[in-house]
Write a protein that binds this ligand. Structure first.
Ligand code: F6P
Length: 344
């Protein structure tokens, strides 16, 4: 008796990033061509399963999307397990019903922390789930790298590079805000790569007097300008962007003309870098091998340069923050970069 073809669903959830389409293509091509599986693309993250909004993906529907930014499936920040009121519909129940109605053997959830937490919840409710870690923040627990990070790092570093000439022309201090609501990976790596003089991370407290004295000392050494890189998630007064608050405090404390740039969503746009294309495609292909072996309830991960899988239940609700002993912090400090004054 011929074995029935496995049916898998793919969804992309949470903030978009370059590489999502490479991951979709990696899953779909490996599933269809190598394993003769059927693949369904689910629209707008978990919303698509709640609203039964999906289409069958074929080899041709994923042709030409490797280099495309964003996600052809669309995404949302829908959190099905989040109660929105006593009369709210039972979204996990709807998801389970529609998963069964579609006849899925597995659901591939491509996303960051929130997505993997929801995925773990659905796995606990009996669905066959595989998670693939993505986010420009690089803060998914259990994997050394998420795709999206390398592309955002290139964008943010290019932006910081561009600030040097204008800062030098005006003899100003330029403050740039980098995405990273909880973790400072993007700010730390782009700050180092872009020649930042001050780098502030959500993980490290900072002291304005220390920062201002450091900047005044640079001015006294006739340094014509300074570049300050701040993660959006650093401590700052409510309703104030990190960049606005820090720029104002610096200008007030040093008397040096200071300007701010909030890089925002540019960090999530455009075509993925070659590294992100490789990582996303590899994650997608590896996910399908797990499915072919009925090895569910796992998240694909990069651990010490090799692609593997970890238990999804170990990932949910955790964050991978910059540890205080991380070598990149040591390197920054060794390069006389100010990390806010409270480091070590
Ligand atoms: O999680 C990625 C991210 O870009 C964060 O760095 C940022 O704080 C957040 O998404 C923005 O969320 P949204 O796209 O919902 O505005």
């Amino acid at each position: 008796m011929t074995e029935t073809r496995k049916k898998i669903g793919i969804l992309t959830a949470g903030g978009d990033c370059p590489g999502l389409n490479a991951a979709i293509r990696g899953v779909a091509k490996t599933a269809i061509v190598k394993h003769d599986m059927q693949v369904f693309g689910i629209s707008s993250g978990f919303l698509g399963l709640i609203n039964k909004d999906y289409i069958e993906l074929t080899e041709s529907s994923v042709s030409g999307i490797l280099t495309l930014g964003g996600t052809i499936l669309g995404t949302s920040r829908e959190k099905p397990f989040k109660k929105t009121g006593s009369l709210s519909i039972d979204k996990p129940k709807l998801i389970k019903e529609h998963y069964k109605e579609l006849g899925l053997d597995c659901l591939v959830c491509i996303g960051g922390n929130g997505t993997q937490k929801t995925a773990a919840g659905l796995a606990a409710e009996g669905l066959n789930i595989i998670g693939i870690p993505k986010t420009i923040d690089n803060d998914v627990w259990g994997t050394d790298q998420t795709f999206g990070f390398d592309s955002a790092l290139n964008i943010a570093t290019d932006a910081i590079d561009r600030l040097h000439s204008t800062a030098n022309s005006h003899k100003r201090i330029m403050v740039i805000e980098i995405m990273g609501h909880n973790a400072g990976w993007l700010a730390l790596y782009s700050g180092l790569a872009g020649g930042g003089d001050v780098i502030l991370l959500p993980e490290l407290d900072y002291d304005m007097d220390t920062i201002n004295n450091y900047l005044l000392k640079r001015a006294k050494k006739k340094k014509p300008y300074s570049i300050v890189v701040v993660a959006e998630g650093i401590k700052s007064p409510k309703k104030r962007s990190a960049a606005s608050f820090i720029a104002e405090e610096i200008e007030k404390g040093t008397g040096i003309e200071t300007r701010k740039t909030i890089l925002g969503y540019i960090q999530r746009g455009g075509s993925p870098t070659p590294m992100d294309r490789l990582l996303a495609s590899s994650y997608g292909a590896f996910a399908v091998e797990l499915i072919a072996n009925n090895d569910y309830g796992k998240m694909v991960a990069m651990v010490k340069d090799s692609i593997t899988s970890i238990l999804l239940e170990d990932v949910g609700g955790k964050l991978r923050l910059v540890p205080v002993e991380h070598p990149m912090l040591e390197r920054a400090s060794g390069l006389d970069i100010c990390l806010g004054g409270k480091y070590k």
